[in-house]
Design a protein around this ligand. Structure first.
Ligand code: NAP
Length: 284
């Protein structure tokens, strides 16, 4: 129970122990001298309904992030406003509990990615983009790239049905964007892309293979890996060695968190404080 005046926020997922989010949000609350706390809620799939109908009210939770495996399953519980980002992604990562206990939701993953890319000076307008992966992260990335009117967006996933389905989503919301689901990593045409994005978990483990061929990497390419732990994946190391500009997913995590913070609290997120908290957590 949350008996005090302290406002409670958090993250629901299964598992959630690994999450970096409490570090950045609690650092922000402390910096802004807010009497608030961000906690982890480990919610197995069979308990998701109970979390929405009971736990939120019982613990007086004001807002929360949603992660794997609940991002899609949580959407039907939104009974107040639902943002276009949720409709496009068919997934929610940020829920706000309104004063009448109804729930609004948005998906800040795509905008988080966009803000990070912008900060790094990359504009996808008329650029060729190759995307590896078509899961939850890739969906957010693909739609935020499509908004920018790229010259071409190619998507590859081991699961070809997932790649085709993501391609259909992009076509539905952005009919003028040339998007294609390809059947092999070779067909991603990385050697002529401007931006290569890894949105698969490949690279999280040291033993993971390189998902592309080193020879495809050239200094004109920007390589963005959604993975942030490890900070430098095999892909990013190979890209750096080839002279590419690179980014890991920490900036995307940071900006999706800042957007969630603002959505819940109505206050400007202290970006630098939150970034520092994440970097300290990552590098120890
Ligand atoms: P997901 O929903 O499981 O999607 C991953 C997709 O990649 C799956 O469809 C998987 O296919 C496919 N895949 C796996 N290996 C592949 C390969 N070698 N080539 C092509 N496709 C492959 O996972 P997710 O939630 O999108 O997350 C993906 C990664 O992004 C994770 O490392 C996650 O931590 C990271 N992420 C970071 C942020 C951030 O804020 N930085 C946000 C979201 C996600 P199968 O299902 O057939 O294996």
């Amino acid at each position: 129970m949350n008996n005090g005046t302290r406002e409670l926020y958090g993250l629901i997922g299964y598992p959630v122990k690994h999450s970096f989010s409490p570090y950045m949000h609690n650092a922000a609350f402390e910096y802004l001298k807010m009497d608030a706390e961000y906690r982890l809620f480990e919610v197995p799939p069979e308990k998701l309904g109970e979390f929405f109908t009971k736990t939120i009210v019982e613990q007086d939770i004001k807002g929360f992030n949603v992660t794997i495996p609940h991002k899609e399953a949580a959407v039907p519980f939104l009974n107040a406003s639902v943002s276009q980002s949720v409709r496009m992604n068919q997934a929610v990562n940020t829920v706000r509990v309104e004063t009448d206990e109804t729930m609004s939701g948005c998906n800040s993953d795509g905008m988080g990615f966009s803000l990070d890319l912008k900060e790094r000076g990359f504009d996808a307008l008329k650029k060729r983009v190759s995307l590896i992966g078509a899961g939850g992260g890739a969906k957010a990335v693909a739609t935020s790239i499509a908004v920018k009117n790229p010259a071409k967006l190619l998507i590859f996933d081991l699961d070809s049905a997932k790649a085709a389905s993501l391609c259909d989503i992009v076509k539905e919301f952005f009919p003028s964007v040339p998007v294609e689901a390809v059947s092999s990593v070779e067909k991603l045409e990385v050697y002529q892309a401007d931006l290569l994005i890894n949105a698969t978990p490949v690279g999280m483990r040291e033993t993971d293979p390189l998902a592309i061929k080193k020879e495809w990497l050239s200094p004109d390419l920007f390589v963005y890996d959604l993975i942030y732990n490890p900070a430098e994946t095999k892909l990013l190391k190979a890209a750096k060695d080839a002279g590419c500009r690179t980014a890991n997913g920490l900036g995307m995590l940071l900006y999706q968190g800042c957007l969630a913070f603002e959505y819940w609290t109505g206050r400007k997120a202290p970006v630098d404080v939150m970034r520092k908290a994440l970097l300290e957590r990552l590098h120890g």
